[in-house]
Write a protein that binds this ligand. Structure first.
Ligand SMILES: C[S@@+](CC[C@H](N)C(=O)[O-])C[C@H]1O[C@@H](n2cnc3c(N)ncnc32)[C@H](O)[C@@H]1O
Length: 275
């Protein structure tokens, strides 16, 4: 346990030391999508935000504060479990941190006509940032998937408060049932955030199917790539996939870019955004 922690922190330290050279290596590539990741990373690191971005972050973080006081009990029957947890506990344990959400926000904001898929709505924390980042027109699309019905309801309410003209749907149900329907929908996603069901085989299955479904180019973001050995193996397969042009390993998250018009393959970068 202690040796794993030491290994993690020395790895993160070495990434911080070589951050400047990694960023300049990224900027030397002629990839607009890599440029999006680079710019999102730098904006979050420097924390110099426009007033409109700051206002959006404040709205999202006010929602987080509400969630952290919400004692509604959530039941896990849909997973055949008698587990129960309060919204405040779920938010504290499973929702993305504000740094990660800001990073996502800037990625989505840089895409002219975003079509975003999120696997793992949870309480709608990352989803709120995604929606806030979207241009206010109905050609923008957002699909987010969640099994727990009460969390779907909570997220729908929050997304309605954000009031975007975006074509937005919270898809309720177990992924085993809903994923095939998402694949049938006539949307070519250009940003895909895989943050639910953190197991090796499902993660690889989502990637294999979504590669066929995605727009060209597309940005895939995988959360919790170091969560377990299985997730580490999944990430290794994803980043070395022959269709992948660029991968950015951020320790907690892994990003791959697929752009069929780009000749580069499997060019890897390593950074660290925040704990
Ligand atoms: C880590 S949370 C998502 C966090 C959220 N994206 C954020 O950043 O705030 C993962 C969610 O996936 C849902 N989930 C996991 N496995 C699932 C499955 N097989 N079917 C449906 N939902 C599932 C869980 O209920 C949980 O709310």
């Amino acid at each position: 346990m202690i040796s794993r922690k030491i290994k993690k922190h020395s790895l993160i330290l070495s990434r911080r030391i070589k951050e400047g050279s990694e960023l300049s290596r990224m900027s030397e590539q002629n990839s607009p999508e890599l440029g999006i990741i680079l710019s999102a990373f730098e904006q979050v690191k420097k924390a110099k935000y426009l007033a409109s971005d700051k206002a959006a972050f404040d709205r999202c973080e006010n929602y987080r504060k509400e969630l952290l006081q919400n004692q509604e009990e959530i039941t896990y029957e849909i997973f055949n479990s008698d587990h129960r947890a309060t919204v405040q506990d779920i938010c504290a344990k499973a929702a993305s941190s504000s740094s990660w959400c800001r990073f996502l926000y800037f990625i989505v904001k840089s895409i002219a006509q975003p079509a975003v898929l999120e696997i793992g709505t949870n309480v709608g924390m990352s989803g709120s940032y995604i929606l806030e980042a979207m241009p206010d027109f109905s050609d923008s699309k957002f699909r987010t998937m969640e099994g727990l019905p009460q969390l779907c309801e909570l997220s729908r309410k929050q997304f309605a408060v954000i009031k975007r003209k975006v074509d937005c749907k919270v898809i309720q149900g177990l992924y085993e049932n809903t994923f095939p329907d998402v694949l049938q929908e006539d949307i070519q996603f250009n940003a895909l955030f895989i943050d639910g069901n953190h197991q090796k085989e499902p993660t690889l299955h989502y990637f294999k199917e979504l590669k066929k479904k995605a727009a060209n180019p597309a940005i895939f973001i995988f959360d919790d790539i170091n969560w377990s050995e299985g997730m580490q193996e999944a990430w290794m397969q994803i980043r070395t996939d022959p269709e992948v042009n660029y991968s950015i390993d951020l320790y907690e998250q892994g990003i791959v870019i697929i752009d069929k018009s780009d000749q580069n393959r499997n060019v890897d970068f390593e950074l660290h955004l925040s704990y």
